[in-house]
Write a protein that binds this ligand. Structure first.
Ligand code: AMP
Ligand code: ZN
Length: 115
């Protein structure tokens, strides 16, 4: 499935639910997390509805590479200068809440609310 009408991140990608966008291209959207753990907390999502990392295969390697490099670029642009965390939660035991693949990029001066 490339799009799931019931998926909250698909709705954000379509503009049906508002978000604070920080980056967009043909394949990727990045926006601020609605419940940030830290001064800077963005989610980087593929526009393709991939439910989780479980569904990844070799063809997704370039996409995941671009998402990872984008995390570094966005942290720099958003003023994060002392390190950051990147997290992908996968499945029930991984603590995943939204089943549309996303990379958390989290930074800014501590203390943080979480993490
Ligand atoms: P997880 O699936 O546990 O990796 O995390 C899902 C993340 O999505 C959480 O950090 C939520 O705060 C965030 N989130 C859920 N709904 C929205 C939304 N409408 N806009 C921005 N972030 C959201
Ligand atoms: Zn989706």
């Amino acid at each position: 499935m490339t799009h799931d009408p019931n998926c909250i991140f698909c709705k954000i990608i379509e503009g049906k639910i508002p978000s604070r966008k920080v980056y967009e291209d043909d394949e990727i959207l990045a926006f601020h997390d609605i419940h940030p753990w830290a001064p800077v907390h963005v989610l980087i999502v593929p526009k393709l509805h991939i439910p989780s990392m479980v569904e990844l295969n070799d063809e997704h390697a370039p996409l995941m590479g671009r998402m990872t490099v984008l995390a570094t670029k966005l942290m720099r642009e958003l003023g994060v200068s002392n390190g950051f965390r990147t997290i992908v939660n996968t499945g029930a035991d991984g603590g995943q809440e939204v089943y549309h693949l996303h990379l958390h990029a989290i930074g800014g001066p501590r203390p943080w609310a979480k993490g």
